[in-house]
Unconditional design. Structure first.
Length: 374
C-alpha cells in the first residue's frame, strides 16, 4: 500500500486558501483509493475534514528551515513514507523518499511591482535547488510551467501540468435569505472572491463599478469577499472617495458551506487579476452557474477557455463595458452560465486529483520518467 506524506501547513482553521483546497482534494482522492496518508503540520494545522486513512501528525515547528530539512525528513523515515507531496516550491532536500513539488506560481520570487535584487536572487536560487532535487514537479497550468522553465531553468520534461481540482461541493444551489442576512447582502450583487493583495487589481474593479450607469450602480452591490486586513483599509478609502460606500460590501471570510450559494446567487462574478497561476475562484463560480468575466492575463484564459468574457485588466473602461454587457443582456448571462457549467465539468476531481495520484504512484514505484506532457 502506498504511504503518502503531505505538507499540510496550509490547512489552518478559518483560513481558506487555494493551496489548502488543493491539498484537501488530493487527500480526498487518496482516501477514496484506500491510500494511507499522513498530513504533516505544526501547531496551527487543522484538517477540518474527516477522511478515512488520513491522519494528522503535528511536528515541532521551531524554525521553518529546521522543520523542512531536519524534523520532517526524520519523521518521513520513521513513517516509512512511499512518496512525499509538497504543495509549495520547497521540500526536504535529503528526504528518505521521492519528493514531488507543486509549484503554483513564482510570486515568492518576484511579487508584481516589487524588485528586491538580493531577495529575488536568493529565492530563485533556493527554488532552483528544490526543483532540481525533486523527483517530479506539478504545475497548475501551461503558463506556470513556462514560467518555471524560464525562471528556474528546469527541464520542461520534468514538469507535469495538472489543473487544480475543483471540489464537488461547487455546484448550483439556492441562496437562502439566512445566508444573505449573515453577510449583509441587501440587493442583487456582483461578486469577487479572493484576497486583496495588489495583483488582484481591486482598485480598478472599484473604479470600473463606479463607471457603471447610475441605474446599475443603484441596483447592484459589489461584494468583495475575503479577509485581508493589510489592504482592506485602502479599498475602504477608495470606495469612500468614489462615493460608493453604500454600494460596496466587505463581508469578510466566507464560511466554506456558504460559498457555493454566494457564487450561485450572484448576477456576475469578476476576476480582474493582473497575475494568476491558475484562477480557481473563476472556475468555482462557473461550477455554481455564475456568469463570469475575467482578465485576459496569465493563466486565466487557459482556465476559463471560451466560457467567460475576457477584458484587459489595465483598461477600466473595458472592465466596465464587460460588466455592463452581462448585467443588461439577459441572454448573454444565460449563455455564459451554460458555457461555464460545461467548462467546469472538465476540472472534476477524477480528472485532476486523479492525475496527481497517478503521478505520485508512478514516482513511488520508480516508474516515473520525465516526459513531455500531452
Amino acid at each position: 500500500m502506498i504511504r503518502l506524506g503531505v505538507d499540510g501547513r496550509e490547512l489552518v482553521t478559518d483560513a481558506r486558501t487555494g493551496i489548502g483546497r488543493y491539498v484537501i482534494e488530493v487527500l480526498r482522492a487518496a482516501s477514496q483509493e484506500g491510500w494511507h496518508c499522513t498530513v504533516y503540520g505544526d501547531r496551527s494545522t487543522s484538517l477540518g475534514v474527516m477522511l478515512p486513512g488520513v491522519t494528522l501528525r503535528i511536528l515541532d515547528r521551531r524554525w521553518t528551515q529546521w522543520w523542512d530539512q531536519i524534523i520532517l525528513p526524520r519523521q518521513l523515515a520513521q513513517d516509512r513514507t512511499s512518496v512525499f507531496l509538497s504543495p509549495y516550491y520547497k521540500g526536504p532536500l535529503l528526504a528518505p523518499c521521492p519528493v514531488v513539488l507543486t509549484i503554483h506560481d513564482l510570486f515568492f520570487i518576484t511579487y508584481l511591482g516589487q524588485r528586491r535584487l538580493f531577495h529575488d536572487g536568493l529565492m530563485a536560487r533556493l527554488a532552483r535547488l528544490y526543483a532540481t532535487r525533486a523527483t517530479a514537479i506539478i504545475a497548475d497550468s501551461e503558463y506556470s510551467k513556462q514560467a518555471i522553465v524560464a525562471r528556474l531553468g528546469i527541464s520542461p520534461e520534468k514538469i507535469t501540468v495538472i489543473s487544480v481540482p475543483l471540489g464537488n461541493e461547487f455546484h448550483e444551489t439556492h441562496l437562502t435569505d439566512e445566508v444573505k442576512l449573515r453577510y449583509g447582502m441587501t440587493a442583487p450583487y456582483i461578486l469577487y472572491v479572493g484576497n486583496f493583495r495588489p495583483h488582484k487589481n481591486l482598485p480598478r474593479l472599484l473604479q470600473a463599478f463606479s463607471r457603471l450607469g447610475e441605474s446599475l450602480r443603484n441596483r447592484f452591490q459589489l461584494v468583495l469577499a475575503g479577509c485581508n486586513q493589510q489592504h482592506r483599509p485602502g479599498l475602504h478609502e477608495l470606495a469612500r472617495t468614489l462615493g460608493l460606500t453604500n454600494r460596496i460590501l466587505f463581508p469578510g471570510q466566507i464560511a466554506d458551506p456558504d460559498l457555493p450559494a454566494l457564487y450561485s446567487g450572484c448576477a456576475l462574478f469578476v476576476l480582474p487579476s493582473l497575475e494568476e497561476g491558475f484562477g480557481l475562484p473563476a472556475l468555482e463560480a462557473m461550477a455554481c452557474g455564475a456568469p463570469v468575466i475575467a482578465a485576459n492575463r496569465a493563466a486565466i484564459p487557459e482556465v476559463v477557455g471560451k466560457a467567460a468574457i475576457l477584458f484587459d485588466p489595465d483598461d477600466v473602461a473595458a472592465m466596465t463595458k464587460a460588466m455592463t454587457d452581462v448585467l443588461t443582456q439577459p441572454e448573454l448571462g444565460t449563455t455564459l452560465r451554460r458555457q461555464g457549467l460545461m467548462r467546469a465539468k472538465e476540472f472534476s476531481p477524477n480528472r485532476t486529483a486523479g492525475r496527481v495520484l497517478t503521478l505520485l504512484q508512478e514516482v513511488s514505484e520508480g516508474r516515473h520518467q520525465t516526459r513531455r506532457t500531452p
